[in-house]
Write a protein that binds this ligand. Structure first.
Ligand code: TYM
Length: 329
């Protein structure tokens, strides 16, 4: 059985990008793989969450994982900080992660550009901690969206370097995974770029139908095609990309034809998209409401997951220590 590891940062509610980039695959993969899915709360510290909010953020992601269909009887669901061995492996791996290559990481450069006043070392070594998350369970596959591809490449590099340095075949080089397809990038509703928590351009699994409708109706478009078969602009293409994951093929085809004929009405297109997103989100939204108050169940799930994840992590750290040469007196 192959091992699968993936996680989501606990920096806010989950959006459609998280769902279609990651969770959709988690739900499928838990059926016949040995899966470890976690809530990356150590990673969330790069943006300095208020201590009062930290736990409720983690709790919310756990609720949304379960509401979206993760099954704690099939997959190991855990909170990253419940497994401190990850922090030890992070330290050990950081010894052969080079500052130059970390500085060149696209996500780091973007964070520096966006938040020049908070360029902390945790941001720089973010990919090392992520590699520790994955290598600690020696994963074969990592279901992620397109934005994590470079981080995965770095994880593979660290696995390779460790094996080379100690002349062992210990770590597996994990592959980014999306059910035989390309990794996906779900765009935001603001006309450009990906849907993201910090971008404020997302539709959340916890949004009410009214909120969804309002957001979609306000999505950026353009002034409309003026010539038959003219190329589709980025904001409109983004709406079609969202349709690709939530709408019936016949509806997509209809609006593409309307576009090609220059008779498309963006108001109708948006109505259709809003309707299809609501249909998709509503059952998840309802389960979020049901699970939110069930603290006893959430506690049970987190405890069970922490135990299983720690067992696997402790084994890895013990073996890695031996390979590196630590010995007890
Ligand atoms: P995070 O929390 O930003 O996102 C979680 C997952 O959602 C995917 N995703 C998207 N996919 C498609 N389109 C989008 N617009 C979109 N936005 C987010 C991400 O690709 C990701 O799969 N570093 C990770 C968390 C992490 C992790 C790990 C992942 C920590 N350790 C180990 C895998 C393995 C992150 O910040 O993802």
């Amino acid at each position: 059985m192959e091992r699968v590891v993936s996680g989501i940062r606990s920096t806010g509610n989950l959006h459609l990008g998280n769902y279609f980039g990651a969770i959709r695959n988690f739900v499928k993969m838990q059926e016949d793989n040995d899966c470890f899915f976690f809530i990356a709360d150590y990673h969330s510290l790069t943006t300095h969450p208020n201590p009062k909010d930290l736990h409720s953020n983690v709790r919310q992601v756990l609720v949304e994982y379960l509401a979206a269909g993760l099954d704690p009887e099939k997959a190991t669901l855990f909170v990253q900080s419940d497994v401190p061995e990850i922090a030890e492996l992070n330290l050990l791996l950081s010894m052969n992660a080079y500052v130059g290559e970390l500085e060149r990481t696209a996500s780091f450069k973007e964070k520096v550009r966006k938040n020049p006043n908070n360029v902390n070392a945790g941001l720089l070594t973010y990919p090392v901690l992520m590699a520790a998350d994955i290598l600690i369970h020696n994963a074969h596959k990592v279901p992620v969206g397109k934005d994590q591809e470079q981080h995965l490449e770095m994880c593979r590099k660290y696995a390779r370097r460790f094996n080379g340095m100690y002349k062992v075949e210990y770590f597996i080089e994990p592959t980014p995974y999306n059910f035989g397809e390309e990794l996906v990038k779900i765009p935001g509703l603001d006309g450009t770029g990906k849907m993201g928590k910090s971008e404020g351009n997302g539709i959340y699994l916890s949004d009410t139908p009214k909120q969804i409708q309002k957001k979609v109706m306000r999505a950026v478009t353009d002034s409309g095609p003026t010539e038959p078969n003219s190329p589709i602009s980025e904001p409109v293409q983004n709406l079609f990309t969202i349709m690709d994951v939530v709408s019936e093929p016949s509806a997509i085809e209809f609006f593409k034809e309307e576009y090609a004929k220059c008779s498309i009405r963006y108001g109708d297109l948006k109505k259709q998209i809003a309707e299809d997103i609501i249909k998709f989100v509503e059952p998840i939204y309802n389960r979020i409401q049901e699970l939110s108050d069930d603290s006893a169940y959430l506690q049970k799930v987190a405890k069970m997951g922490a135990e299983k994840a720690r067992e696997s992590a402790q084994k890895t750290v013990k073996e890695v220590r031996e390979i590196i040469g630590f010995k007890k007196f």
